[in-house]
Write a protein of this length. Structure first.
Length: 247
């Protein structure tokens, strides 16, 4: 991916990592289109940063199809999709009351990713060179017990990405996987403290890794202990340590 000259669509880029990445890619020279559910917020971000915008609800297949058609029509040079949309909710598995949160998480994080790729892949296959960046998590490799379905969907996104990369081998489409650690954002709600790394530090490291282009997995230093926990024999220790912090 040439971050200085790409045309990028990032659904779920109205806050947090998505918005920060949109800003960084635009500053590097790329054209960026963002998607989200709230028109007023999209209009505000367009006015402030100059992004292209499209209304999109990744839990609604018809919305994804319409948004893809709109983005491709307005930006036929589109060559990069970042499947950023995601939600993270605490669940108590001792009570079936968690099921609605589990279903919403699967619909957004996993099915949303699959449907976005389905909607944009025919166009991306027609470009001379293009990129899909999925977004998993360090929790794909060892779960945060308080957010079991979130962790499970991110493990599924990782596995799905590996299959997608293999199926697209030899095509014009490169498949990357962004694997964030805990980052200081409002993913679990305003004011909820993850104890994560500062957003700007994370973004700077991600941009450097994208520029280097050395690996299909975009792994900042903070996520390495989680990524390799099973190999290193530290997985259960880390699961317990995270759970004991009360998250």
């Amino acid at each position: 991916m040439d971050i200085t000259n790409s045309t990028v669509f990032i659904p779920g880029a109205t806050s947090g990592i998505g918005l920060g990445l949109a800003q960084r890619l635009q500053a590097a020279g790329s054209t960026v289109v963002i998607g989200g559910r709230r028109r007023a917020l999209l209009d505000s971000l367009h006015d402030e940063y100059g992004f292209g915008t499209v209304e999109l609800d990744v839990t609604d297949p018809a919305s994804i199809t319409a948004a893809a058609a709109s983005v491709i029509e307005s930006h036929p040079s589109l060559d990069t999709l970042v499947t950023m949309s995601g939600i993270m909710r605490a669940e108590d598995l001792r009570s079936s009351a968690h099921l609605d949160d589990a279903l919403a998480t699967i619909e957004t994080n996993l099915l949303g990713t699959i449907r976005l790729i389905d909607a944009f892949l025919p166009h991306l296959l027609g470009r001379p060179a293009s990129t899909i960046i999925t977004v998993s998590s360090g929790l794909a490799y060892m779960p945060l017990a308080a957010t079991p379905t979130y962790s499970a969907t991110k493990a599924a996104v990782h596995s799905y990405t590996q299959s997608l990369r293999q199926q697209l081998a030899g095509s014009p489409v490169s498949v990357l996987e962004l694997v964030p650690p805990a980052v200081a954002t409002d993913l679990m709600g305003e004011g909820v403290d993850f104890g994560g790394m500062p957003l700007e530090d994370f973004l700077s490291e991600v941009v450097s890794l994208l520029e280097a282009g050395a690996s299909p997995e975009i792994l900042v230093q903070n996520v390495l202990p989680l990524r390799w926990s099973e190999r290193d024999g530290t997985q259960q220790q880390l699961i317990g340590a995270l759970a004991s912090r009360g998250h």
